[in-house]
Design a protein around this ligand. Structure first.
Ligand SMILES: [Zn+2]
Length: 193
């Protein structure tokens, strides 16, 4: 369901929206979608241990997810705005970093050593805590100069963004857009009889 896969939470989050046959498809439309997304991020060790305390009780989980869904969708829109500004103009819009800092203030983090790295764990267990973890990762990428390599996919019909550390990458994914665009170009170059 979540076809875009990266090691970076903010990119995984914004790319839960995609274009399919010219239509915008949103994979975070229901609480069920959100649960699946969190579980998948968890399985990929990107949201380590997050929410495990919540899933035990179905009713608490449902209330948590219902509260979280609009919050995370709004945050996704904020993230996309910032990352598109980098991809299109090479600079962030005013106030973007401050908005992420505000999210962090609402739900401060603690850290847990996991053997090879530090996992950010929000003190607040409600949805703002989830936003805080993603805001923290986003600002870390920005501070490290990595977020500045965000690019749009070269397929004009694709809305996915990705990080291009090599300066050569053109597609969100070779498998999804790279091959498709190559095939299309090939079709155009073959004269029709
Ligand atoms: Zn693409």
């Amino acid at each position: 369901m979540f076809r875009f896969q990266s090691q970076e939470l903010p990119l995984n989050l914004i790319n839960t929206q995609e274009m399919k046959r010219g239509k915008l498809v949103d994979h975070l439309q229901s609480v069920g979608n959100l649960k699946l997304w969190i579980e998948e991020m968890n399985a990929n060790q990107l949201l380590e241990g997050y929410c495990s305390h919540i899933w035990k009780d179905t009713e608490i989980a449902r209330a948590w997810l219902e509260e979280a869904l609009p919050v995370i969708r709004d945050f996704r829109a904020l993230l996309r705005k910032g990352l598109e500004a980098i991809a299109d103009h090479g600079a962030l819009g005013e106030g973007w970093v401050a908005s992420l800092e505000e999210a962090l203030e609402k739900a401060p983090l603690t850290f847990k050593y996991s053997g090879s790295r530090l996992d950010a764990i929000p003190v607040e267990k409600g949805p703002p805590g989830l936003i805080s973890v993603i805001a923290y990762q986003t600002l870390t990428l920005y501070a490290e100069g990595k977020l500045q390599s965000v690019r749009r996919c070269s397929n004009p019909k694709c809305i996915w963004l990705f990080m291009d550390s090599t300066g050569k990458r053109k597609w969100c994914s070779m498998k999804i857009c790279g091959n498709r665009m190559k095939a299309e170009r090939h079709k155009q170059s073959v004269p029709t009889k």
